[in-house]
Ligand binder design. Structure first.
Ligand SMILES: NC(=O)c1ccc[n+]([C@@H]2O[C@H](COP(=O)([O-])OP(=O)(O)OC[C@H]3O[C@@H](n4cnc5c(N)ncnc54)[C@H](OP(=O)(O)O)[C@@H]3O)[C@@H](O)[C@H]2O)c1
Length: 420
């Protein structure tokens, strides 16, 4: 357990030996600097002979139940990079709310294969790639495996003019694959690079920028504050001096939101009298809503939004986690439009001339350096705390993935760490 004042609630869910012990209050954030091993080559004989990998044994059914027997570990020979490729060691991967859906029949995770879509931080061990150098720390897509081959030429996204800057900075053809700058690697560990400076922090930063400037007079509601993007967005708005109300599922998680982020208020989105609590929390209406959830909470909040206010819609957790809360399922199912926005919400946005921002953060890839610099300032002045839950050890990956859906409710970004 760390006493680092910059860290919050990063809890290891399982011990290294696979015991389901909860290790509370682990580090996170900007503790001892992680150093890239620039220029060090990894000889093939210094590497293990095999790669450990978790693969899907059967599809997740319509009941969305995900159990340990959906995954099995296989060992495959250590691959060697061909021309244009690099061998990477996967240090840590993010697990996202949609991971389980990808395991359904027709999803991108096929039986016998791993989920290759995880946003990951990896170390380049051997390189025949034009961009990645041995020792680089990169953001890339990776499977639930200890090592793999990658290339800065995948995935191809074409060469649209708006990505020219990213291409120039990265030398990759991807909006997600990225060589972390040495200044970032010196300051932040891989878990923070993937959380604050990964899709969660970037989504929150771009969202609040496009709905900004956030002013001290703004009254802001941030849904999903116990989750990864909401945790970042709420802190960004608080740092701007706004009045910020967050949300959690149940009294404990709601209390955690106020205790952790010092928000003005946090409300339990499951409370029976939620509408009355919302009215009391926003007597003069809502100026900014950061919505990664959709469903009934967003309908209640939208009704309180002021004319000419700003609405950031980026996700649909209410629908994604609906199996946990059957009461919410019907409403989530009738959601329409982008990110699960209901027709009622869409009509309010139109009637009240509310500014709507709704996109995937990748559309702002060209602004990554700006975002990194601004987010860094907030982290380094103690105004933005990384919030992540790290499950350590490749052996524990299935338990970690399941914990996203079994009601264990990790705080912030759930991550699987395979190596330091
Ligand atoms: N547009 C983009 O670029 C972008 C980027 C990242 C993520 N996303 C999407 O954004 C959404 C959220 O992502 P995330 O990573 O922040 O998710 P997350 O870490 O899994 O957090 C989910 C949050 O939603 C809350 N929640 C769950 N069910 C709810 C309900 N019925 N009503 C209200 N709140 C509910 C949870 O609260 P409790 O756990 O306390 O119950 C938690 O705070 C997902 O749909 C994801 O795919 C989009």
């Amino acid at each position: 357990m760390t006493t680092d004042p910059n860290s919050v609630s990063r809890r290891g869910l399982f011990g290294a030996a696979g015991k389901a012990t909860v290790v509370a209050g682990i580090a996170g954030g900007i503790t001892a600097p992680f150093r890239g091993l620039g220029g060090v080559a990894w000889a093939a004989d210094a590497l293990p002979k095999t790669v450990k990998k978790w693969v899907l044994t059967k599809n997740v059914g319509d009941d969305l139940k995900l159990t340990l027997d959906h995954l099995k570990m296989v060992e495959e020979p250590m691959p060697a990079p061909k021309q244009g490729e690099a061998l990477i060691q996967v240090l840590i991967t993010n697990i996202h709310s949609g991971t389980r859906n990808l395991m359904k029949a027709g999803g991108s995770t096929k039986v016998g294969e791993t989920d290759k879509t995880n946003y990951a931080c990896a170390r380049v061990l051997q390189s025949r790639d034009k961009t990645y150098k041995e020792g680089d720390l990169i953001a890339c897509q990776a499977g639930w495996n200890t090592y793999q081959i990658t290339s800065s030429d995948w995935p191809q996204v074409g060469s649209k003019p708006e990505f020219a800057l990213v291409d120039e900075l990265n030398g990759t053809l991807s909006r997600t694959d990225y060589v972390f700058r040495p200044v970032m690697v010196k300051q932040y560990k891989p878990d923070v690079l993937l959380d604050v400076f990964g899709t969660s922090g970037l989504t929150a930063y771009y969202g609040m920028r496009e709905c900004g400037p956030i002013m001290p007079r703004d009254r802001v509601a941030v849904a999903g504050t116990t989750g990864s993007v909401g945790a970042m967005a709420a802190q960004i708005c608080k740092a701007k001096g706004a009045y910020v109300v967050g949300f959690g599922g149940g009294p404990d998680r709601t209390k955690w939101v106020t205790d952790t982020f010092g928000l003005d208020k946090a409300l339990d989105y499951r409370a029976k009298d939620l509408d009355a609590q919302l009215k009391a929390a926003f007597p003069t209406g809502i100026d900014v809503y950061c919505d990664g959830v959709g469903g009934p909470l967003s309908e209640s909040i939208a009704k309180l939004m002021n004319r000419d206010s700003r609405y950031f819609s980026y996700g649909s957790s209410a629908a994604i986690y609906a199996d946990l809360q059957p009461d919410y399922k019907a409403s989530a199912e009738k959601s329409a439009g982008m990110f699960g926005m209901s027709k009622t919400v869409a009509a309010i946005i139109k009637e009240r001339n509310i500014k709507l921002e709704a996109w995937n953060q990748a559309v702002w890839a060209q602004d990554r350096i700006e975002a990194e610099n601004k987010l860094s300032q907030l982290v380094n002045t103690g105004k933005l705390k990384p919030v992540n839950t790290v499950v350590r050890g490749i052996e524990n990956a299935p338990k970690g993935i399941i914990s996203q859906y079994d009601g264990t409710n990790p705080y912030g970004k759930l991550q699987l760490q395979f190596a330091d």
